[in-house]
Design a protein around this ligand. Structure first.
Ligand SMILES: Nc1ncnc2c1ncn2[C@@H]1O[C@H](COP(=O)(O)OP(=O)(O)OP(=O)(O)O)[C@@H](O)[C@H]1O
Ligand SMILES: [Mg+2]
Length: 111
Protein backbone atom coordinates (compact mmCIF):
# COMPACT_ATOMS: atom_id res chain seq x y z
CA UNK A 1 0.00 0.00 0.00
CA UNK A 2 1.31 3.45 -0.87
CA UNK A 3 2.45 5.61 2.03
CA UNK A 4 0.23 8.61 2.70
CA UNK A 5 1.40 12.15 2.16
CA UNK A 6 2.94 13.68 5.24
CA UNK A 7 0.30 15.45 7.30
CA UNK A 8 -0.25 18.29 7.74
CA UNK A 9 0.50 18.82 4.10
CA UNK A 10 2.30 22.07 3.31
CA UNK A 11 2.15 21.63 -0.44
CA UNK A 12 5.64 22.59 -1.55
CA UNK A 13 6.44 21.12 -4.95
CA UNK A 14 10.09 20.67 -5.82
CA UNK A 15 10.88 19.99 -9.46
CA UNK A 16 14.45 18.86 -10.01
CA UNK A 17 16.14 18.58 -13.42
CA UNK A 18 12.91 17.38 -15.01
CA UNK A 19 13.40 15.98 -18.50
CA UNK A 20 10.34 14.67 -20.29
CA UNK A 21 9.78 13.27 -23.77
CA UNK A 22 6.73 11.57 -25.23
CA UNK A 23 8.57 8.61 -26.72
CA UNK A 24 12.16 7.33 -26.67
CA UNK A 25 12.82 8.43 -30.24
CA UNK A 26 11.35 11.90 -29.73
CA UNK A 27 13.17 15.03 -28.53
CA UNK A 28 12.91 16.26 -24.97
CA UNK A 29 9.94 18.56 -24.38
CA UNK A 30 11.10 19.59 -20.90
CA UNK A 31 14.88 19.91 -20.87
CA UNK A 32 16.05 20.00 -17.30
CA UNK A 33 13.41 22.06 -15.50
CA UNK A 34 14.30 22.91 -11.90
CA UNK A 35 12.08 25.06 -9.71
CA UNK A 36 10.19 25.14 -6.43
CA UNK A 37 6.47 25.91 -6.25
CA UNK A 38 5.87 27.23 -2.73
CA UNK A 39 3.15 25.64 -0.65
CA UNK A 40 0.07 27.52 0.46
CA UNK A 41 -0.28 29.65 -2.63
CA UNK A 42 -1.38 29.44 -6.23
CA UNK A 43 1.30 29.25 -8.90
CA UNK A 44 0.71 30.32 -12.47
CA UNK A 45 2.63 28.72 -15.31
CA UNK A 46 2.80 30.75 -18.49
CA UNK A 47 4.56 30.19 -21.78
CA UNK A 48 3.94 30.21 -25.47
CA UNK A 49 2.07 27.39 -27.14
CA UNK A 50 4.12 24.20 -27.23
CA UNK A 51 6.46 25.32 -24.44
CA UNK A 52 5.49 22.39 -22.25
CA UNK A 53 2.95 23.67 -19.72
CA UNK A 54 0.54 20.78 -20.22
CA UNK A 55 3.47 18.37 -20.30
CA UNK A 56 4.55 19.59 -16.87
CA UNK A 57 1.04 19.06 -15.55
CA UNK A 58 1.04 15.53 -16.95
CA UNK A 59 4.34 14.84 -15.19
CA UNK A 60 2.91 16.23 -11.94
CA UNK A 61 -0.07 13.90 -12.21
CA UNK A 62 2.18 11.00 -13.18
CA UNK A 63 0.46 10.58 -16.51
CA UNK A 64 3.88 10.58 -18.13
CA UNK A 65 7.09 9.40 -16.48
CA UNK A 66 10.10 11.73 -16.71
CA UNK A 67 13.15 10.43 -18.57
CA UNK A 68 15.40 12.14 -16.03
CA UNK A 69 14.78 14.12 -12.86
CA UNK A 70 12.04 13.98 -10.31
CA UNK A 71 9.23 15.80 -8.53
CA UNK A 72 8.96 15.92 -4.76
CA UNK A 73 5.93 17.14 -2.82
CA UNK A 74 6.53 18.00 0.83
CA UNK A 75 9.65 15.90 0.78
CA UNK A 76 7.99 12.83 -0.75
CA UNK A 77 8.98 11.65 -4.23
CA UNK A 78 5.72 11.58 -6.22
CA UNK A 79 6.43 8.03 -7.37
CA UNK A 80 6.02 7.04 -3.71
CA UNK A 81 2.63 8.72 -3.39
CA UNK A 82 -0.44 6.67 -4.29
CA UNK A 83 -1.93 7.77 -7.59
CA UNK A 84 -5.29 8.55 -5.99
CA UNK A 85 -3.71 10.61 -3.19
CA UNK A 86 -1.53 12.47 -5.66
CA UNK A 87 -4.24 13.25 -8.18
CA UNK A 88 -6.91 14.14 -5.66
CA UNK A 89 -4.64 16.61 -3.87
CA UNK A 90 -3.43 18.58 -6.86
CA UNK A 91 -5.69 21.29 -8.22
CA UNK A 92 -5.06 22.55 -11.72
CA UNK A 93 -6.95 25.35 -13.44
CA UNK A 94 -6.22 24.97 -17.15
CA UNK A 95 -5.87 27.78 -19.61
CA UNK A 96 -9.09 28.86 -21.28
CA UNK A 97 -11.29 27.64 -18.46
CA UNK A 98 -14.96 27.92 -19.32
CA UNK A 99 -16.16 31.13 -17.81
CA UNK A 100 -19.53 32.77 -17.93
CA UNK A 101 -20.11 34.73 -21.11
CA UNK A 102 -22.49 37.52 -21.83
CA UNK A 103 -24.61 39.35 -19.35
CA UNK A 104 -26.52 37.79 -16.57
CA UNK A 105 -30.25 38.35 -16.61
CA UNK A 106 -31.52 39.52 -13.27
CA UNK A 107 -34.28 37.25 -12.13
CA UNK A 108 -36.63 38.19 -9.37
CA UNK A 109 -38.96 35.89 -7.55
CA UNK A 110 -37.33 32.68 -8.71
CA UNK A 111 -34.28 30.76 -7.63
N1 LIG B 1 0.99 13.42 -26.86
C1 LIG B 1 2.06 14.01 -27.42
N2 LIG B 1 2.89 13.31 -28.19
C2 LIG B 1 3.97 13.88 -28.74
N3 LIG B 1 4.32 15.17 -28.59
C3 LIG B 1 3.52 15.92 -27.82
C4 LIG B 1 2.35 15.39 -27.20
N4 LIG B 1 1.75 16.38 -26.50
C5 LIG B 1 2.51 17.47 -26.68
N5 LIG B 1 3.56 17.21 -27.47
C6 LIG B 1 4.62 18.15 -27.86
O1 LIG B 1 5.26 18.62 -26.68
C7 LIG B 1 5.56 20.01 -26.77
C8 LIG B 1 4.94 20.72 -25.58
O2 LIG B 1 3.53 20.62 -25.69
P1 LIG B 1 2.54 21.08 -24.53
O3 LIG B 1 1.19 20.60 -24.92
O4 LIG B 1 3.08 20.63 -23.21
O5 LIG B 1 2.67 22.65 -24.62
P2 LIG B 1 1.75 23.77 -23.91
O6 LIG B 1 2.72 24.72 -23.28
O7 LIG B 1 0.76 23.12 -23.01
O8 LIG B 1 1.06 24.44 -25.15
P3 LIG B 1 -0.39 25.15 -25.26
O9 LIG B 1 -0.22 26.54 -24.72
O10 LIG B 1 -0.67 25.14 -26.72
O11 LIG B 1 -1.36 24.31 -24.45
C9 LIG B 1 5.05 20.47 -28.12
O12 LIG B 1 6.14 20.47 -29.00
C10 LIG B 1 4.05 19.40 -28.51
O13 LIG B 1 4.01 19.25 -29.90
MG1 LIG C 1 -1.32 23.14 -22.93
Amino acid sequence: MAPPLMEPSHGEVDIVNLQVRYAPHMPLVLRGLTCTLPGGMKTGIVGRTGSGKSTLVQALFRIIEPAVGHIVIDGVHISKIGLHDLRSRLSIIPQDPTMFEGTREEQSGST
